[in-house]
Design a protein around this ligand. Structure first.
Ligand SMILES: Cc1cc2nc3c(=O)[nH]c(=O)nc-3n(C[C@H](O)[C@H](O)[C@H](O)COP(=O)(O)OP(=O)(O)OC[C@H]3O[C@@H](n4cnc5c(N)ncnc54)[C@H](O)[C@@H]3O)c2cc1C
Length: 485
């Protein structure tokens, strides 16, 4: 159990000098907490303000655009409710401007918070001189070498590149370029059916692009439970021009009118072996930024997957250096990075802590959203672990029907012996908000009966969590189960 954080700055933290390299959600969360604990903090990042990938070219701009995509989709669905809107006119430069403003507002806010906490913010890139010294090349010219007692590496990750799909063409995009929204292409090939590809594909599809997704595995969102992916797959089949599973892109070539893609795989027929696209988005995963200059002058260890190795206190093999976030491993998610950042700082401050969460939520912000935490059914099967699964279909939820979104499901994964909730999975509108209750249930070691006995407000989608626990006991109000025998 971690110690509470209400300890005042002590002598130890007052005299400590800490550098945090990288100001993403891991780095700035760490720097801010360290300052709150009385540590002298220097935060280093090439951008003008903290934010990292998450705010500048990840979570935040993508969610701003997905919000717009949802609005467009809903305005079309409104036909079913007797309200018809004309086809939306899209002012791309205004849309881009709005998204950029969202980023500016949030990163500017972080800059303010940084100043208020008296964090020394250096806009530049850091390289190691030794385990305690960093040479910082400032963005506005000049170099400085600074010495610290402890250093936290929070250098994040970047889009992975498949050498065979490297093509020097302005039509090629990674996630950063796709978020720039230079134009609305007529057609787009998304290589990779993971969450980034599906989220960005959904944005372009809503804006009017004909989107094709190609995934080499047999299903979208590899790793997620199949029953959670199914409703999303069905909806995406309507939104996208094509979803090619068990398929790889053998080659990409610029052919004057676009990029000609050659496909290979079981489901590829003679007539769809090749196709030309206006643009191609490659979203095949992310690579940790562990090639920090001078790292070899320290004792930090990097593993075969290029992640920096850390223990449960996020300390590397070098006692003066800690590492957090995407650069230390999966899941590469902002909230995991922030939590690790806080644990690392507490460890540095001498508190008794460890990073050992029972549940890290994952959310795919498509429409419907897919979210899960704790144990998944897929994982339980792999581990041959005995579980019981209780599912509540959203067709039986009053709230889901009022918003015309019965295409959802909430499920609990329960330990049959102890009846403890081990995992929660949700697919449906707003699943990303609902999953937080699952995380709390798992962290608090809730039993299915705790969830079932907690009064949830009506009519809300949150009731589906309570009712899935009732399903576990065979007593769900809105799901009739005939008695056996
Ligand atoms: C399109 C997209 C959508 C995403 N959506 C979500 C989402 O909805 N939810 C979610 O949880 N996650 C999402 N992510 C993932 C999320 O952005 C990352 O998990 C998160 O940003 C990782 O945080 P971090 O602090 O480890 O590093 P990062 O955010 O990657 O920040 C690292 C920072 O370190 C800087 N840096 C690197 N090397 C140096 C150096 N030598 N010196 C100084 N600075 C350096 C980098 O420039 C960068 O600013 C998304 C990612 C992408 C690309």
């Amino acid at each position: 159990m971690n110690e509470p954080l209400n300890q005042p700055p002590n002598e130890r933290t007052n005299n400590l000098r800490l550098a945090v390299v990288g100001a993403g959600p891991g780095g700035y969360a760490a720097a801010f907490l360290a300052a709150d604990l009385g540590i002298q903090v220097t935060l280093i990042d090439p951008e003008a303000n903290p934010g990292g990938v998450c705010l500048y070219r990840g979570c935040i701009p993508s969610k701003a655009l997905l919000h717009v995509a949802k609005l467009i989709e809903e305005s079309q669905q409104a036909k079913n409710w007797g309200i018809e809107f004309p086809v939306p006119k899209i002012d791309l430069s205004r849309l881009r401007g709005w998204k950029e403003n969202v980023v500016k507002k949030l990163t500017g806010g972080l800059g303010q918070l940084s100043k208020q906490r008296k964090v020394e913010y250096i806009q530049g890139r850091a390289a190691f001189e030794n385990s305690n010294s960093l040479r910082i090349t400032k963005v506005d010219a000049g170099e400085t070498t600074l010495t610290f007692d402890r250093i936290i590496l929070a250098t994040g990750s970047r889009p992975a590149i498949i050498p065979a799909l490297k093509l020097d063409s302005p039509r090629m995009m990674d996630s950063t370029e796709a978020l720039n929204l230079e134009d609305i292409p007529g057609s787009l090939l998304v290589v990779g059916g993971g969450y980034i590809g599906l989220e960005l594909g959904s944005v372009y599809a809503a804006l009017g692009t004909r989107v094709t997704v190609v995934e080499m595995l047999p299903g979208l969102l590899p790793g997620a439970d199949r029953d959670l992916v199914l409703p999303l797959h069905k909806r995406l089949e309507k939104m996208f021009e094509g979803i090619l599973l068990n398929t790889t892109v053998a080659s990409l070539k610029e052919d004057g009118t676009g990029i000609r893609a050659k496909f290979e795989g079981q489901s590829v027929q003679e007539n769809n072996r090749e196709k030309t696209f206006d643009r191609v988005l490659v979203s095949v995963g992310r690579k940790p930024n562990s090639e920090i200059p001078g790292l070899e002058k320290t004792q930090v260890q990097v593993n075969s997957r290029h992640f920096i190795e850390v223990n449960k206190q996020l300390q590397t093999a070098d006692p003066a250096i800690y590492a957090i976030g995407d650069v230390v491993g999966e899941p590469m998610l902002a909230h995991k990075a922030s939590h690790e950042g806080r644990v690392a700082v507490e460890a540095i401050a001498g508190h008794k802590v460890a990073f050992e969460p029972n549940a890290i939520p994952a959310v795919v912000f498509t429409d419907p959203e897919v979210a899960w935490c704790g144990l998944t059914e897929t994982q339980a099967e792999k581990e041959k672990r005995e579980i019981r699964v209780a599912k509540f279909p959203w067709g039986a939820s009053g709230r889901a029907v009022t918003i015309d979104r019965p295409d959802g499901m909430t499920k609990l994964i329960v330990d049959p012996q102890t009846e403890r909730v081990l995992g929660v999975g949700i697919v449906g509108a707003g699943a990303g908000e609902l999953i937080a209750e699952g995380v709390l249930a798992i962290e608090m070691a809730a039993l299915a009966s705790d969830v079932a006995m907690t009064i949830h407000p009506h009519p809300t989608l949150s009731e589906t969590v309570m009712e899935s626990a009732e399903v576990f006991f065979g007593t769900s109000t809105h799901v009739f189960r005939p008695k056996r025998g």
